[in-house]
Design a protein around this ligand. Structure first.
Ligand SMILES: [Cu+2]
Length: 310
């Protein structure tokens, strides 16, 4: 599914990061081998039957200066290459295309101009892009390893990353900050296409205003992080066919049959711990009473009522 290795760089950030990596790796490798060799040599040379009495060696200024100056120079060399790679990453070109990126348990959402939402990051080749990233719940981290870019997404903060995709293909997007139960499923794909393909794709996406208002409110409140619409069990029950279905709920621990109607839906949102859907944990969903305006809760209920079971 994903484009495999090709000597041609996939983004403008690859060269700097790979150079810094090879410099640090090279220096570390040299010392790993060097220190191990010296250690083995000392073990043999100064073994007890050759040197039965240890001698205290004191004050060797030449040696001390050497082992201070050389590592300082090496660390500065590593810093230099790291800085050369890092500094352009913070310097976003003014003509970069802005894609708003929303991280939530446990999916990525990319928002294009005109209120167009996509779960895949589709981008035209050779054009700079900046992702403006927010989180709706906990700390996530967006990582596109082929592009050598990675940035944390922290609730309450807008972070950003930019790059120029330079090779066509599909590249894996991962969340690299452990963010709960389905963290390992929090993945997506960066699809790099030609400009014409990109324009056609963008035209084909319906604007989010065409989405049901109730669904928009649910997305904004991260309900969809715990509830799927397609039957998948997440943290909470799926909303697929929820209206009119008969299910078992626990009231004070006593199993009770209910048929889902609008009153039940309203109660589930405002007092989720009263009736707890069987097989799910109490206390995970907080009450949204006073968090979401009452009229918006009514709108959600109306939207959920359209999801009837066949
Ligand atoms: Cu995550």
């Amino acid at each position: 599914m994903f484009t495999t290795y090709d000597p041609q760089y996939a983004s403008n950030m690859v060269e700097g990061v790979d150079t810094a990596f090879m410099v640090i790796f090279g220096i570390s490798f040299f010392f790993l081998i060097g220190i191990t060799a010296v250690m083995i040599w000392f073990i043999i040379r100064y073994r007890r039957n050759k040197h039965p009495k240890a001698i205290q060696v004191k004050d060797n200024p030449a040696l001390e200066i050497t082992w201070t100056v050389i590592p300082t120079i090496l660390v500065m060399i590593m810093f230099y290459y790291g800085y050369i790679a890092f500094s352009p990453m913070r310097d976003v070109p003014s003509d970069a295309r802005v894609v708003k990126t929303v991280a939530k348990m446990w999916s990525w959402e990319f928002e294009y101009p005109g209120n167009k939402l996509s779960s895949e990051l589709v981008l035209p080749i050779n054009e700079p892009v900046v992702l403006e990233m927010v989180s709706l719940d906990v700390v996530h981290s967006l990582f596109i390893s082929a592009f050598r870019v990675k940035e944390d997404v922290v609730p309450g903060v807008t972070s950003y990353m930019w790059f120029i995709p330079e090779r066509l293909g599909n590249y894996e997007i991962l969340c690299t900050e452990y963010c709960g139960l389905n963290h390992s499923f929090m993945e997506s794909v960066a699809r790099i296409v030609t400009r014409e393909q990109f324009d056609t794709w963008l035209d084909s996406i319906p604007a989010a205003t065409n989405l049901d208002e109730g669904l928009v409110i649910m997305r904004n409140n991260a309900c969809t992080g715990c509830h799927s619409m397609d039957g998948t069990k997440l943290v909470g029950p799926s909303f697929q066919g929820i209206f009119g279905r008969t299910e078992t709920v626990l009231i004070d621990g006593t199993p009770t049959q209910v048929t889902v109607d609008s009153a039940y839906l309203y109660r589930s949102i405002t007092d989720p711990d009263y009736e707890v859907a069987e097989g799910y944990n109490r206390g995970l969903m907080k009450s949204y009473k006073g968090v979401i305006q009452d009229k918006d809760i009514q709108t959600i209920v109306q939207f959920l009522m359209t999801l009837q079971k066949e």
